[in-house]
Design a protein around this ligand. Structure first.
Ligand code: PLP
Length: 422
């Protein structure tokens, strides 16, 4: 697309945006008497207006049905997770039996590590990235310690050869170099700091070629970019739902387990009664019979209030469709990049860390401020822009196609320009 650096152009794009009405389905924080310019959906997504109804419905069911709510009402709690499967499967490119909503992200990562990290003989290494999100690093490290494996020698913390970004070739090469010693590759779908996306298919293929598993943390990918986890032959994935999925602070997480693994009833896993085949679960006979697919990894009965908020949000996503969202996202972030790069007042004071290739990123641009970073960030906040700060000098800007307008991108740019110009 040929972009133009003016407000009328932004407004024209908004008028032609077939997803424009979705913005009105969200609550915006108010700043300086107007909707905040909210570019922080990568950290906490906005509240959909339908969330309250979904929550109230379950509060009412609890009030009126009490324990009978497990089996009565329009969405009995005992099978509530069934209602999130279809949209999740579409978002990550999986079969409905390969995904399930449960627990929180780091908890699920531990459950996946318990299944997919099985050090054996020389095969004991885990490859992660050097700049991994701390929770992911700690989780991998702690599984090694628990299994008597020394992380200092066996946790490969890959660093980019140059600068902040990786090439697929260097990741594949590191996997091949680790060879027989490699048990698991654990990488993000999109790196939280730089916004770089990874080639799931090439990485999974490389891992499998040396006999290792490939698992991904999709905290920053789900609801942001379309994925094909099943076809790409990913072994497992985890995600949270409070970022792009707008399911509320600390809301329920989710997992993907490829059906080739769940088909094996003896595949190692930590188990609980909720992972038992539902039909015979309540026979309570202490002979674990795994539920179908990813459901076998469930431990506990669900946090229904959190699931209700999750379902409310997924129902919005289902109506928008991830491919349409991605199409708009490419333009929205492309417009942001164009504005930042084409104006010397701005471009001379920043460096964009995120890849310029749209195929290697989602909606987020990570912007390194060359000087006075923290003050600039604070002025942006004061002027009604909500975005995210990362040490040492980086603002992460995430225009989300579901509720952000091209005009928001323009407003952010012109406020930033104003700060630089004075
Ligand atoms: C947001 C995020 C987390 C947060 O973990 P919780 O268990 O939900 O607190 C973990 N890992 C990555 C990569 C994230 O982006």
């Amino acid at each position: 697309m040929q972009y133009k650096g003016d407000l009328d152009f932004a407004k024209a794009l908004d008028r032609n945006d077939e997803l424009r009405s979705f913005r009105h389905e969200f609550h915006f924080p108010q700043r300086n008497g107007r909707d905040a310019i909210y570019l922080c959906g990568n950290s906490l997504g906005l509240q959909p207006k339908n969330t309250r109804d979904y929550l109230e419905k379950e509060l009412k069911s609890w009030q009126e049905n009490a324990v009978e709510g497990h089996f009565s009402g329009s969405h009995p709690w005992v099978s509530y997770h069934e209602h999130t499967k279809e949209t999740l499967a579409a978002l990550v490119g999986a079969k409905t039996t390969e995904v399930v909503s449960m627990n929180n992200l780091t908890t699920n990562l531990h459950l996946m590590l318990a299944s997919f990290y099985q050090p054996n003989g020389v095969r004991r290494k885990i490859l992660i990235e050097g700049g991994a999100f701390p929770s992911d690093h700690y989780a991998a490290e702690s599984h090694m310690r628990r299994m008597g494996v020394d992380p200092d020698e066996n946790l490969i913390c890959l660093k980019p050869r140059q600068g902040e970004l990786y090439t697929t070739e260097e990741i594949v090469q590191a996997i091949k170099e680790a060879g027989d010693s490699l048990s698991l590759v654990l990488l993000p779908g999109i790196q939280y700091y730089t916004g770089q996306s990874f080639d799931l298919k090439a990485i999974s293929e490389a891992a499998h070629s040396v006999g290792a598993f490939a698992g991904f943390d999709h905290a920053h990918a789900i609801g942001n970019i379309p994925m094909n986890l099943h076809e790409d032959d990913v072994d497992f994935a985890v995600w949270c739902t409070y970022k792009y999925l707008n399911s509320g602070p600390g809301s329920v997480s989710g997992i993907f387990v490829h059906e080739k693994h769940s088909a094996d009833p003896n595949f190692p896993k930590l188990t609980g009664w909720w992972g038992h085949e539902p039909k015979t679960r309540f026979e309570m006979n202490n002979h674990f019979k795994p539920a179908l697919g990813a459901d076998a990894w469930m431990l506990s009965n669900m946090n229904i209030l959190s699931m209700a908020a999750h379902r409310a949000s997924l129902d919005v996503f289902a109506r928008a469709g991830i491919q349409k969202l991605r199409d708009k996202s490419l333009q929205l972030t492309g417009f942001l990049e164009f504005l930042l790069k084409s104006d010397p007042v701005v471009s001379e004071r920043i460096k964009i860390l995120t890849p310029t290739d749209p195929e290697q990123r989602g909606c987020q641009l990570s912007i390194f401020l060359t000087q006075d970073g923290k003050e600039i960030f604070e002025q942006l906040i004061e002027k009604g822009v909500i975005l995210d700060w990362r040490e040492p000098n980086v603002i992460r800007v995430a225009p989300t196609p579901l509720y952000n307008r091209f005009e928001d991108v323009w407003d952010f740019y012109s406020i930033l320009r104003g700060i630089f110009a004075c």
